[in-house]
Design a protein. Sequence first.
Length: 324
Amino acid sequence: MGKNTIITICILFAVVIAGCRATVNVPLISATQALQEKVIEGEGKDKILLLDLSGFISSKRRSNSLFSKGPSLQEEIKEALQKAERDDAIKGIILKINSPGGTVTSTDILYHEIASFKKKRGIRIVACMMDMAASGGYYIAAAADEIVAHPTSITGSIGVIALKFNIEGLLDRIGIKNETIKSVEMKDMWSPFRPSTEKERNIIQKIIDRQHRIFIDAIKRGRKSLTEEEIERLADGRIFTADQALEAGLIDGIGYLDDTIESLKKNLNIDKASIITYLRPGAYKGTIYSATTSPSPGIEKFIPIGEKAWISEAGIHFMYLWLP
């Protein structure tokens, strides 16, 4: 018997004990509903869409409530872009990015979706960095026509990381032995129960080098003012303040979100515009700084949750991620 069924039975039992004979229907899990447009500020027939890209970037569905999960970040952004594609009144998009990055594939999918949308619609997209747009957060920002950072933003961390915990010594201390039977030499590659061999490390390094090259190529497409040599020099994993990123050519300007909105309106030759976003029914967004996406693992208590994920899930996890 599932948890939801048990809770429903308990509620009905309590009602009966109380002497109430009415039928009670308590929905414990609400179905995810389609995104709806909401005007945050401004007015006019022309629209600027504000999209939130917050938290750890992955394909995992995010918690809506105690009992249900909503769409993943990449599902949410894809749905928003599909909705925006059908609205000719949308003249520009601002990506509000607040992320340390995430998995390589999920990051690349979001980059691809944004770049494809830009190609189809031909409208201007500006990335606005909040607290951080590091690693995968910067990768996605590179798909925009312009990148603006808040004065206190952190960005950079261009690179790839793959982590594992070697727990062999711990298991030895508590008397647990690993017995793995495999058909071929590399079947348990990256196992946490033993050190990696040099051959295994070389294989992983080649994969990481290839994914690092994909990252650099994305920056080359987005940052025309930088040469490949300059990008490679900057892509050593270091982080940058907004001032440092501007000097290095990784961003185009420094300003607040409202400055970015006004600059975009000016660039589009729009005097008045409705600043809109997309929300699920019941969600709230009162200002341009309100978050519309649910927190994803990795932004508030980033390291502990990341460690738990790597321990509990088998396999190698390649990340465009700032993980200090």
